[in-house]
Design a protein around this ligand. Sequence first.
Ligand SMILES: Nc1ncnc2c1ncn2[C@@H]1O[C@H](COP(=O)(O)OP(=O)(O)OP(=O)(O)O)[C@@H](O)[C@H]1O
Ligand SMILES: O=C(CO)[C@H](O)[C@H](O)COP(=O)(O)O
Length: 318
Amino acid sequence: MPSRNSSSRPILLGIVGDSAAGKTTLTKGIAQVLGEENVTVICTDDYHRYDRKQRAEMGISALHPDCNYLDIIQQHLGLLRTGQPILKPIYNHSTGMFDPPEYIEPRRFVIVEGLLGYSTRVARDSFDVKAYLAPPEELRGQWKIKRDMRKRGYTEEQVWEQLRQREPDSEQFIRPQRQWSDIVVTFYPAEDNKGDTDLLLNVRLVLRPTIPHPDFTAILAPERSHLSSAIRLELDRDMGKPVDVLELDGHATGEQVRELEKILCQDAPYLGQFCSLEGNTEIGKLVGTTGETLQSYPLALTQLLITYHMLKAAKVYE
Ligand SMILES: Nc1ncnc2c1ncn2[C@@H]1O[C@H](COP(=O)(O)OP(=O)(O)OP(=O)(O)O)[C@@H](O)[C@H]1O
Ligand SMILES: O=C(CO)[C@H](O)[C@H](O)COP(=O)(O)O
């Protein structure tokens, strides 16, 4: 990637969504394409105001704005955007407590993922690109159980109970943030996908006209009608506003995906080298049910599209 012009500021990507909506999974592939050495990743869970025990005593959920230092998130986003360092708190999910803060200097790209990134105007105005993750609630529940049992020491009953208790805050504070995003990402199982087959999930990408998206209309050309069995582009409305919707099915063939990626990559040549799953073993990776690593075309496409926007914002054209 061309080196950073000394006068250019870091480019900020927001990835917002409810707990276990897939933010970290999406972030990983984007950071790998941009080059880990060019990317700073920040999780806003670190800005919780109370530790796990205090939250339980107070009967407040981590999703509530009062449970987070939103003012300090805003302040830190402003500093990162202008290339300045921050002293970031650390919330440790293994212990449920806070570790000593860490000194962070922003690299060329900063990915900020978390629960409440778009809940204040100052915070959302800090981002160059805003993505929101909105899997169906049933799928998110399955993902959260799997992840919280494996990595955070919860039992299945505890996760279900937490989901139930948090639902009012999800509805009031998390889901409305969808309206502020440039791209809404929904992974969902196809109707005939009854098993636990994460690899075959489809993706629905809602593209708002708030940023200029690649021109996908070439998909609709008669000579590309063979794409329509797995790829769709339609006009729709999202939260009352007109949007484009691009869908890619998990059962798409490598050939169909390559054609779609070619359209995406043609005016961002730097991306070209990542435009084939065969040539790039890192993109589209996710952890399957038994901890095994899988590679998904819909996830890879989503990561490429978001990376495209980061490169455009950074004016990287080669
Ligand atoms: N696109 C996807 N396809 C299949 N499984 C996925 C996908 N995204 C996430 N998952 C599953 O969901 C789990 C939770 O995802 P992830 O850790 O990325 O969520 P998160 O939004 O970062 O969560 P939190 O904010 O609570 O830390 C992952 O461990 C993975 O098993
Ligand atoms: O919604 C969440 C985002 O990851 C977590 O539940 C929240 O950050 C609190 O963490 P923990 O459950 O580990 O105390």
